[in-house]
Design a protein around this ligand. Structure first.
Ligand code: GLU
Length: 294
């Protein structure tokens, strides 16, 4: 998983640019997304219903720089996940400004889908078998890896094997908190609803590490607000394939979402979305992952 290490270094630079506003495209809200004119779908399908409604409710994170992060001036989220949402909406003939964004945190993603609070979730959402019992997934559209964020001057933690007796924070309902509990029983897990709360605790010296996906941690490490305070360890210890969550059993909709991702991988719009957000410093996007059409 060495590429994750390189990725983190690169992302720190990229995200520093995003949060300081150096990325032109990000400043203007990302690349132009193609919006289909009057797309045709089988009548009665989820796609036909959404296209007819002219809007789609998308759950995303609001506190994850580069992925899904609320812009306090526009009150709209922005980032790679948000761009993926715009690509999906565009395929349904829905303009970006007609999307209804809904903030989701790690623990409420399944219930927001099951209780019809959102149509889809695009929120650093790892595809796994346990979650597949409650929701379905299209994707993956990106593969991250679990990592650790520690205080800049803390040399005692250099990987997951250094966590014995350490207070490690992750979001409730996330794969990282489960991984810590199950596989690193000597660590002391601490949970909050959001990673921002974990990061604030780390800054205050109340915990020793925040653990979640490398790409998320890189965003916090690069935030000017935390300049010089944290370091991403850079030793990933899981695979986190990000999927688009949807209601279980909507097979035609899942096929449509997978087809949309595949097209975006092929026509360059996925790469453009990456470059405008996570790759804003001019770093090349990785190869798109292999879709898992289960
Ligand atoms: N990707 C992991 C998950 O879905 C960690 C990030 C998050 O909590 O959103 O649980």
């Amino acid at each position: 998983m060495k590429h994750h290490l390189r990725l983190v270094a690169v992302l720190c630079a990229a995200l520093a640019m995003i949060v300081t506003g150096c990325g032109d495209e990000e400043e203007s809200g990302g690349p132009d997304v193609e919006v289909e004119e009057d797309p045709e779908f089988a009548s009665g399908s989820v796609m036909a219903e959404l296209a007819e409604a002219g809007t789609i409710r998308i759950g995303t994170k609001y506190d994850q720089p580069g992925l899904g992060n609320i812009n306090l001036e526009t009150d709209e989220p922005e980032g790679f996940d948000v761009e993926i949402g715009k690509i999906v909406a565009g395929e349904l003939g829905i303009e970006p400004d007609q999307i209804e964004w809904v903030e989701t945190v790690s623990a409420n993603r399944e219930s927001f889908i099951a209780n019809d609070r959102v149509d889809i979730v695009i929120a650093t959402y790892t595809i796994n078998d346990e979650r597949k019992e409650q929701v379905d997934f299209a994707g993956p559209y990106y593969v991250a890896g679990q990592d650790l964020l520690v205080a800049e001057d803390d040399e005692s933690i250099n990987g997951p094997d250094d966590l014995a007796g350490k207070r490690v924070c992750a979001a409730s309902g996330s794969t990282p908190i489960e991984n810590i509990r199950e596989n690193y029983p000597e660590a002391e897990p601490v949970e909050f609803d959001t990673y921002t709360e974990c990061v604030d605790q780390l800054e205050a010296g109340q915990i020793d590490a925040v653990s979640t996906d490398d790409i998320i941690l890189a965003g916090y490490a690069a935030d000017p607000k935390y300049e010089g305070k944290f370091r991403v360890v850079g030793e990933t210890f899981s695979e986190e394939p990000y999927g688009i969550g949807l209601e279980k059993g909507q097979d035609d909709f899942r096929d449509f979402l997978n087809d949309t991702l595949e097209e975006a991988f092929e026509d360059g719009s996925w790469e453009e979305a990456f470059e405008a957000t996570l790759g804003a410093s001019g770093v090349e996007a990785p190869e798109p992952p292999e879709l898992d059409r289960y």
